[in-house]
Design a protein around this ligand. Structure first.
Ligand code: A2P
Length: 272
C-alpha cells in the first residue's frame, strides 16, 4: 500500500500520487478515473494544465468520499496579486467541483516577469488556508532564495523537477533543513530516464520495470512522487511501485545517475 508522509503542518499526504501535466481536459477524466479505480488517492493538477474540469468529473463520478482523497492544484504566475489569486482559487475550486483542495501551491516564483509578487501571493495563500479553501499551502519551483523571501508559515512542500538524471541533491538538503518535503515533478524524466543503463540493470535485478525502480527510488529517498501516464496498464504498474523494495546499494547506485539533466524551465529565468 502507498505510504503517507506527515507534512510540517501536521496533515498527511499519500507519498505516491497521480500527475496530470500534459493531460488534456478530455483525456483527464479517463486517466484520473483509471487512477482512482487502480487505487490512487492523491491527484495533482494545476490551473495552467487546463484539465481541472476533467479531473473534477473523474472525482465526482468515482463515488470515493472526499475525505479519502488528496487533491492538489496550483496558482498560475499571472495571478500573484492577492485579488487575482483569490479569483484563481475560486475558479479552480469551481472547475474541480470541490469546496476545498488539500494542497494549493504557488506554481513558479516567476521573478523575471513578476518580480517578488510571489511574496504577496504567499500571504494570500495563508488567508485561503485560514478560510478553509485549502488545507495546506506550499510552493513549486522555488529555489532557497525565493523561500528566504516568504513570511509567516513555512511551505509544506516544494514541488520541483526531480528524477535520477536530475536528482537535486543540494536543493533537497536545503529543504530538509527547513522541514519542507520535496515533491518530484517529471519523476521519470518525462520517460527519458527509463533507458538509463543503471536503471534498467536494477530493474532487471528486481524483476520490475524501470519506471517502478525509479518511482520506488523516489519513495525511499523521501520524495513525494506524482508520475503521469494516460495508459491504464502503466497507471496500475506505477502504483504498484509502492510494493517494490530497493537495497541501500541500489538506492546509492541510482543516486549516482545524476547528470544535471534539467528538462524544464529554471526557476530563476523561466519567464512564463
Ligand atoms: P504515457 O502517458 O503515454 O503512458 P513524467 O511523469 O516523468 O513526466 O513521465 C511521463 C511520461 O512517461 C509519459 O510520456 C508517460 O507515457 C511515460 N510513462 C509513465 N509511466 C510509464 C511506465 N510505467 N512505463 C513507460 N512509460 C511510462
Amino acid at each position: 500500500s502507498v505510504p503517507t508522509i506527515t507534512l510540517n503542518d501536521g496533515t498527511t499526504i499519500p507519498q505516491l500520487g497521480f500527475g496530470t501535466w500534459q493531460v488534456s481536459n478530455d483525456e483527464a477524466e479517463k486517466a484520473v478515473s483509471s487512477a482512482l479505480q487502480a487505487g490512487y488517492r492523491h491527484i495533482d493538477t494545476a490551473a495552467i494544465y487546463g484539465n481541472e474540469e476533467g479531473v473534477g468529473r473523474a472525482i465526482a463520478s468515482s463515488g470515493i468520499s472526499r475525505d479519502e482523497l488528496f487533491v492538489t492544484t496550483k496558482l498560475w504566475n499571472d495571478a500573484h496579486e492577492p485579488e487575482d489569486a483569490r479569483k484563481a482559487i475560486e475558479t479552480s475550486l469551481e472547475k474541480l467541483g470541490l469546496d476545498h483542495v488539500d494542497l494549493y501551491l504557488i506554481h513558479w516564483p516567476a521573478p523575471v516577469k513578476y518580480g517578488d509578487a510571489y511574496v504577496k501571493a504567499w500571504n494570500a495563500l495563508q488567508e485561503f488556508k485560514s478560510e478553509g479553501l485549502t488545507r495546506s499551502i506550499g510552493v513549486s519551483n522555488f529555489q532557497p532564495e525565493h523561500l528566504d523571501h516568504l513570511e509567516g508559515e513555512t511551505p509544506v512542500v516544494d514541488q520541483v523537477e526531480m528524477h535520477p538524471t536530475f536528482n537535486q541533491a543540494e536543493l533537497r538538503a536545503e529543504l530538509a533543513k527547513r522541514s519542507i518535503t520535496p515533491e518530484a515533478w517529471s519523476p521519470l524524466g518525462q520517460s527519458k530516464d527509463l533507458q538509463d543503463a543503471t536503471i534498467t540493470k536494477i530493474a532487471d535485478e528486481l524483476g520490475v520495470t524501470p519506471a517502478q525502480a525509479i518511482i520506488r527510488w523516489h519513495l525511499q529517498i523521501g520524495n513525494i512522487v506524482i508520475p503521469k501516464s494516460v495508459t491504464p496498464a502503466r497507471i496500475e504498474q506505477n502504483l504498484a511501485s509502492a510494493n517494490v523494495e530497493l537495497t541501500d546499494a541500489q538506492v546509492q547506485a541510482i543516486n549516482g545517475v545524476d547528470a544535471d539533466n534539467r528538462l524544464g524551465g529554471h526557476p530563476d529565468t523561466a519567464d512564463f
